[in-house]
Design a binder for this molecule. Structure first.
Ligand code: BGP
Length: 480
């Protein structure tokens, strides 16, 4: 069996502005949704849109404010990525660095310059930037003005922002993603769409209206990008992970199908260009009304993406037996509720480990969309120990990565799936999106900082750093 990955495969790592940049008030940056999502017990409530917090309040700590200070360390960090041999670096642009109020007529030059420098630094080492336009990042000014993505006017603001960055970076960036994990807005509505739910309002209606607005915005961005940047590759992005039926009972299989549809719904629209018939029926049954004109339906068709990107951390498991489901819910899967799968081990944070599930997910996505795929997030969140000599021994991470890379190799060589690349999540330790912790580390580079904000931000190479370097140097042939 061919062990090498295809020529030109984009090996690399991934981060997001809000989880690594810090410097939240520097360079004219405006306040963004992620800046008001605190560390601690209220984090989930705010992320889900159940607790209103549109300002930073005393008594809370906000991890995004400093994060790992990539803003001031980017040269050092990109040099480390280059040392590992990265061919690609996935990152996001903070909308409010470019348009501090989300829809300013004059963009903020300091913000534009910052990303220009970052992209140039990547190119210096032959690293291809892959840019997420919106990674859990809604300008607070727009949330105050429109209530987040529930309002159609968000689309114009987003397109305005896209026009500015496409114009400025057209010669520097080829690969784009319109929204990070777009399906997340159903679960973490504030994080994904800047939505706080007013008491008593119809949450499902609000969520699907917001989804429709993001889908339209994505389509306009794709169209605009193709006009402004011939050759640009525009992608959508799904928080993926197949649902398995817990039992082979048909009701469980049907339940798995329906739960998968909650997620595929978004990508069906973005990749195929239209709402699937079952989605329309579902909304009709739930009394959800979509404000979608004929022209907008046409726009969705014209704005279909070029490739499908996704994150994969674990598979999920479900049953139609509600009592059983509740009794066997796996703690830790705070966002995607899942029954514990007895066949799989799990991480310290309770996420089940399933490399074969990655191959299954890749195949399902390809069967469904027939478009090139890109694994833009995958990795292991774990507690690491920095030794006195500056080393970090993380065999558990190497083992996780090895098995998932093998699963990708099988999907390519045995199944023939066109995979563009793989960017390991949190290639450098950063703030966890769900928990706000630093101690949930994904990196191959350790950053000296803890959950309380202590630490000197110094970077250290973990064992996985050297291992991944070898993997890339051998084009994936050497995974030992
Ligand atoms: C995805 C997000 C990332 C990232 C990752 C790991 O949902 O796109 O932003 O953080 O998951 O999750 P966590 O940080 O919660 O462990």
């Amino acid at each position: 069996m061919e062990k090498k990955f295809p020529q030109g495969f984009l090996w690399g790592g991934a981060t997001a502005a809000n989880q690594c940049e810090g410097a939240y008030k520097e360079g004219g940056r405006g306040l963004s949704s992620v800046d008001v999502v605190p560390y601690g017990p209220d984090r989930m409530k705010v992320s889900r849109g159940e607790m209103k917090m549109l300002r930073c309040l005393d008594g809370y700590t906000y991890p995004s404010h400093e994060a790992i200070d990539f803003y001031h360390h980017y040269k050092e960090d990109i040099a480390l990525f280059a040392e590992m041999g990265f061919k690609c670096y996935r990152m996001s642009i903070a909308w409010t660095r470019i348009l501090p109020n989300g829809d300013d007529d004059v963009p903020n030059e300091a913000g534009l310059k910052f990303y220009e420098d970052v992209f140039k630094e990547c190119h210096k080492y032959g690293i291809e930037p892959l840019v997420t336009i919106d990674h859990f990042d809604t300008p607070i000014a727009l949330i105050e003005k429109f209530g987040g993505w529930r309002d159609k006017r968000m689309i114009d603001a987003y397109v305005k922002y896209c026009r500015v960055i496409f114009d400025r970076y057209k010669d520097l960036v080829k690969y784009w993603i319109t929204f990070n994990e777009i399906n997340m807005l159903l679960h973490m509505s504030f994080m994904g769409a800047g939505i706080y739910f007013e008491p008593g309002e119809d949450k499902e209606q609000v969520k699907y209206t917001a989804a429709n607005n993001e889908l339209l915005a994505s389509a306009r961005a794709v169209k605009l990008a193709h006009e402004m940047m011939p050759g640009a590759m525009m992608g959508c992005m799904l928080a993926a992970g197949q649902f398995y039926p817990y039992r082979c009972a048909p009701e469980d299989v049907l339940d798995g199908l329906e739960k998968d549809r909650d997620n595929y719904f978004f990508i069906d629209v973005q990749a195929r260009g239209y709402y699937p018939v079952w989605a329309k029926k579902r909304m009709e049954r739930a009394g959800i009304v979509l404000d979608l004109t004929k022209e907008e339906e046409e726009l969705l068709r014209e704005g279909a993406v070029d490739y499908v990107a996704f994150s994969y951390y674990c598979s999920r498991c479900t049953t139609a037996d509600k009592e059983f489901f509740e009794a066997h819910k796996r703690p830790g899967n705070a966002v995607f509720a899942s029954v514990e799968n007895p066949h799989l081990p799990f991480t310290e944070w309770g996420w089940q480990i399933d490399p074969t599930g990655l191959r299954i997910t890749i195949n399902t996505l390809y069967d469904r969309y027939q478009k090139p795929l890109f694994v833009v997030e995958n990795g292991l969140g774990a507690n690491d120990k920095l030794e006195a000599d500056g080393s970090v021994h993380d065999p558990y991470r190497i083992s996780y990565m090895r098995k998932h890379i093998e699963a990708m190799r099988d999907a390519i060589t045995l199944d023939g799936i066109p995979l563009i690349g793989f960017t390991s999540w949190g290639c450098i330790d950063l703030v966890s999106a769900s928990s706000g912790e630093m101690k949930k580390r994904y990196g191959m580079i350790y950053v000296d900082k803890d959950d309380q904000g202590n630490g000197n931000l110094k970077r250290y190479r973990k064992d996985s750093f050297y291992w991944y370097k070898k993997v890339i140097a051998s084009d994936g042939a050497d995974l030992d």
